[in-house]
Structure formats: structure tokens, C-alpha cells
Write a new protein. Structure first.
Length: 576
């Protein structure tokens, strides 16, 4: 693995140490002394994003078809004899030459078996992802982003190989096609797709300055959506050319091997050895018992995988008006809950298109084209439209004269290394990102409000594409969350971005993968016969509550050692 002891100039400025905010001269090597292939930069990690999303999206349709074939082989022996001609495994043709006449695709028993299998696989992956993604995010702070990407790639490689193994020997292995649950266990235990996204986001945060992060986060989201839109076309084309379902999984395994080798041997590490050591020290301090209770210490060890979630919990801070009083810092927690509610609303997308299929009489092919076009529209907004808008408004903010700090949005307190202009620039950047998050939620509110009244399928698609202008929510939330976390922990603590984005990955898994699909599925099933538009109004309610929560988020002043000293002096004066 390409390991370096340096980060780029942008990341050096915002890296935190145990006793100071900047990386010391002994810890960092000047960027100009490093060869170009040893310098960590955002473009290194960008190469991983489209590969992951293309593979994930490209395997969806072949997986469903493969599950159908496996269930058909087990539950309908009459179809199996006719289809597979006595073959001992499914690796030869997999019913691809005449897939259009596959009798299992309309068999109720087979489809029920597939539905049970998919539900178990998705639930297992979602629950394990919720339990592990935060821990793996913290792991990347201690061991490095490149190592985490390598581990995730090897895990995804194992799942592809297991699918091939089950397809070949489904009748010889214990449990038959239920052996596919091993895929969900491996994927979920390694943090699922959420840990790869969290690690990529943390890598970009390590090597970029705050004013550049939102644009880079937007590019990541856009490139990811491009892969989601292109993946199904590539997967279907590969199956059509090779006439073999397993070809998709062979290609996915090959790309995961390449990705693992790329992360291990080529990708420059974004964290210095000193930064990783500080994360180790902080972890040891967190695991020490604070109240002397053996029971508490035992519980912490038992639920070690939930420890990273503490980064989102409100922390006790001293009041500015009185150092003897105590209050909690709720901004990061409120931001996270607002984001979770928006993820909950977004998880209604599948049921929205079920509504469209029923109302406008779409077929599955037309639906696939709609999904791809909407995904590409959102990608175009994030890659082409949003970054110039960010640059324009932030440049206007930077050109404006600095105003005195207000109580609602105070400027950062300057250290010896910071200048007033730099502090003002940090505040302007974060303020714009917070405004972008609120604007994105407003777009979603407008979209959910008008979708139930779409008179035709074309208008429904146009209204849905309008929601693409709310796609800036995720990059804006990532940027604001990182800024709030940095200000909350202060300059005298190590910055564990992996733990932060891992915790956000837990929120994403809980709301978008576990709660959302089940909640909206139940609502749609209960109202489809009477008032199917209910799901849109529930999503609208989620969005309104999220916007109301986000209205309470403020950018508090950053903790500094000088401020603590001032508070101590004030306390001594009061005592005298």
C-alpha cells in the first residue's frame, strides 16, 4: 500500500493533533518533495466511486433473475428438467437463450420464494450494516482510509464469488440457495456499501480545505449517480452479449480484485502516522471506565461497535454567560435527525413508482428508462450545475466586507496561525452550505406536494426530475456536519472524520434501508385501494419536520485553548 507521511497543503491546515490544530514540521513532509503518485488528492479516490456504483447497479437485475432461476430449480422440478436438461449445476446457460419464455417468472410459488429470499437478504444486510458501519468508520481513523477500502473491496469480492459458487452448486451445498445469506452476512459485517461511501467522503475531507469540500462532495454524489444510471445498461448488455448471467458476477469479481489492488498498492494514504496514532490514543481513553463501574465497562466492551455513534450525541458545554452553568451542544444531533427524516422520505421512491405503474399503466421497461433518466438528471445537477453555483455565491461572500460576529452565527475565534479573513471565510463557507441544505429540503417539499396531482405519466416524470434540484442535500449535510464536529471537539482533540462519516452511515442505513422501506411499504399496502397518494403526503410531512429541525441548527464558535483560559480567568475574578 502506498503509505506516505504527508497530506496536501489543504489538509495540513485543517488536520488536528492532540495538542495543536496543525500538523507539525516533524510529522509532515512538504508536498513538493513528494513524487506526484505519493501525494494524496481527491482525484485518487474519485476513481473508486464510479466502479462501485456501476457494479452495484449492474448486478441488481441479474441477481433478481438468478434468484428466480435458483428458486425454480428447487421448487419446480418439472420446469428444472425441461430447462436445464439434467445438468448438475447452473453454470452452463442459466436459461438465457430463451429467457423470455421462462415459465418460472410468472409462477406464484417461485415468486413467493424469491420475495422471501430477497427480504431476508436485505434485512440481514441492513441490520448488520447499522451495527458495524460506525465501528469500521472509526477503524479507518486508526488504520487508514486505503486499508479500509482494501478490506471493503475484498469483502465485496467474497460476495461475488459466493454467488457464483451457489449458482454452480446449489443442489450440493447445505441450505440450497439460502446459502446466499452468507453474502448478506459478509456485506453487512463489513459495513455494506455505506462504509465505502463513508471512507471515500472521509478521504476527501482529509485532503481538502473546507471551502472546497462541498464541491467535491457534490462531485462524489454526482459520479455515484452516474454509475447508478449507467450500471443497469452495462449489466444488461453484458448478459445479452455473453448469454450467461454469471458473466456479470465474474466481471464484478475481477473489478473488485483490481480495486483492492489499487487501494493497497497505489492509493496514497490521506492520514499521517501521527494522526492515526492519535486516533488510537483517543480510542484507548474512551474505553477507560469513567465511574469505576465494572458493569459499565463490561457493557462498553460488549457494545463496542456502537461506540462511534457517541460522536453525534449532544455534548455538555459551558455557557458563555456563566462558566458554572452547563448546557448541551445539539446542532450536530439536530442536523443528523433532519437528514435522517429526509432519507426516510427518499426511501418512498420505490412505492412512488409502484403508484406510477398502477396509475399510468407503465411497463417495467419504461420504468427502467425513467429511473435511469432521473438518476442521470440528478448526476448532471451535482456535477455540472451545482459546483459553479457554489463557486459563484461563495466568491460573492468572500468579496463582501466582513461584519462583526452575531450571536446566531459567530465568527471562528482565531488562533495564532489563523487570520481574521481566514476565519470569516470559514464561516461564510459553512453558512452557505447550511443554506444549501435548507434550500434542498424546500425543493423536496415542493416536489412531494405536487406529485400526487400529476395528471399524466410524463408530467409525473417532469415533477420527479424537479426533485433533482434537491440533490445537493447530501453533500451540504456532509460539509456542515464536518464543520460542526470540528467546532464541537475543538482544536485540542484529534479529528476523526472516519468515525463521523461512519456514524452518518449508520443513520443512512437505519432510515433508508431498515425503517423507510418497511414503513412506506406498509403504508402503501394499506392505502393503495382507497387513497394511494398517501405516501406522497407522508413524505411531505417528513420533509416539513426535517426543514423545521434544520431551522434550529446554528454554527457555534469553535473551542480553543485560549477561550478555556479566558473562562478560567473570569471564574477566578468572580471568586475574588
Amino acid at each position: 500500500m502506498a503509505d506516505t507521511s504527508s497530506v496536501t497543503g489543504d489538509s495540513v491546515e485543517f488536520s488536528t493533533g492532540l495538542h495543536e490544530n496543525h500538523v507539525t514540521d516533524e510529522e509532515a513532509v512538504p508536498e513538493q518533495k513528494l513524487l506526484w503518485w505519493k501525494r494524496p488528492a481527491a482525484w485518487w479516490i474519485m476513481a473508486i466511486v464510479p466502479i462501485g456504483s456501476i457494479i452495484m447497479a449492474g448486478m441488481v437485475a441479474p441477481q433478481v433473475e438468478l434468484y428466480t432461476e435458483l428458486a425454480c430449480r428447487i421448487h419446480r422440478t418439472d420446469y428444472r428438467k425441461e430447462t436445464f436438461a439434467g445438468s448438475d449445476h447452473l453454470s452452463n446457460d442459466l436459461y438465457l437463450q430463451e429467457a423470455s419464455v421462462n415459465p418460472c417468472s410468472s409462477d406464484p410459488a417461485v415468486q413467493a420464494a424469491v420475495a422471501r429470499l430477497v427480504t431476508v437478504l436485505a434485512t440481514t444486510t441492513g441490520i448488520l450494516t447499522c451495527l458495524t458501519v460506525g465501528w469500521w468508520g472509526s477503524f479507518s481513523d486508526r488504520h487508514g482510509r486505503a486499508r479500509m477500502i482494501t478490506i471493503a473491496s475484498v469483502g465485496q469480492l467474497a460476495t461475488s464469488l459466493n454467488i457464483i459458487f451457489v449458482a454452480k452448486y446449489v443442489q450440493r451445498i447445505p441450505g440450497g440457495y439460502w446459502f446466499l445469506v452468507v453474502d448478506s452476512v459478509i456485506t453487512g459485517a463489513l459495513g455494506g456499501n455505506a462504509i465505502e461511501i463513508a471512507t471515500v467522503t472521509a478521504y476527501v475531507a482529509d485532503v481538502s480545505a473546507p471551502e472546497k469540500r462541498p464541491r467535491l462532495f457534490s462531485l462524489i454524489s454526482g459520479v455515484y449517480l452516474v454509475g447508478i444510471g449507467v450500471g443497469p445498461f452495462l449489466g444488461s448488455g453484458l448478459v445479452k452479449i455473453t448469454h450467461n448471467l454469471l458473466s456479470v458476477f465474474y466481471v464484478a469479481a475481477a473489478f473488485k480484485i483490481i480495486q483492492a489492488c489499487y487501494a493497497f498498492f497505489i492509493l496514497p494514504e490521506s492520514l499521517t502516522t501521527a494522526q492515526m496514532n492519535r486516533a488510537w490514543i483517543k480510542r484507548r481513553e474512551e474505553r477507560l471506565p469513567t465511574d469505576g463501574s465494572a458493569a459499565v465497562s463490561w457493557l462498553r466492551r460488549l457494545f463496542f461497535f456502537l461506540t462511534p455513534l457517541s460522536v453525534l450525541w449532544p455534548e455538555k458545554i459551558s455557557k458563555e454567560s456563566s462558566v458554572t452553568g452547563v448546557k448541551r451542544e445539539w446542532n450536530l444531533f439536530i442536523l443528523t435527525m433532519a437528514y435522517g427524516l429526509m432519507l426516510l422520505a427518499a426511501s418512498s421512491l420505490l412505492n412512488q413508482f409502484l403508484y406510477a405503474l398502477s396509475t399510468f399503466q407503465w411497463d417495467s421497461e419504461f420504468l427502467g428508462y425513467c429511473l435511469s433518466s432521473i438518476g442521470l438528471t440528478r448526476a448532471a445537477y451535482l456535477i455540472i450545475i451545482l459546483p459553479p453555483i457554489m463557486r459563484f455565491f461563495k466568491n460573492r461572500q468572500n468579496d463582501a466586507p466582513s461584519e462583526s460576529p452575531s450571536e446566531s452565527e459567530p465568527l471562528l475565534l482565531s488562533s495564532e496561525q489563523d487570520t481574521p479573513s481566514l476565519s470569516a471565510h470559514k464561516v461564510h463557507t459553512s453558512t452557505f452550505d447550511l443554506a444549501l441544505a435548507r434550500f434542498s429540503i424546500l425543493i423536496d417539499i415542493a416536489t412531494y406536494a405536487i406529485l400526487p396531482f400529476a395528471p399524466t405519466g410524463i408530467v409525473f416524470i417532469l415533477f420527479t426530475m424537479l426533485g433533482s434540484f434537491g440533490a445537493g442535500l447530501a453533500p451540504a449535510v456532509n460539509s456542515v456536519a464536518l464543520e460542526l464536529y470540528t467546532r464541537k471537539i475543538g482544536k485540542n482533540a484529534p479529528l476523526e472524520t472516519g468515525k463521523l462519516f461512519g456514524a452518518l452511515g449508520v443513520v443512512q442505513a437505519v432510515f433508508a434501508q431498515v425503517l423507510g422501506p418497511s414503513m412506506y411499504g406498509l403504508i402503501y399496502a394499506a392505502t393503495v385501494a382507497t387513497f394511494p397518494q398517501t405516501i406522497f403526503f407522508v413524505a411531505l410531512g417528513n420533509s416539513v419536520v426535517a426543514f423545521a429541525l434544520l431551522a434550529f441548527v446554528r454554527l457555534p464558535p469553535e473551542k480553543t485553548a485560549s477561550r478555556d483560559i479566558e473562562d478560567l480567568v473570569d471564574l477566578q475574578d468572580q471568586q475574588q
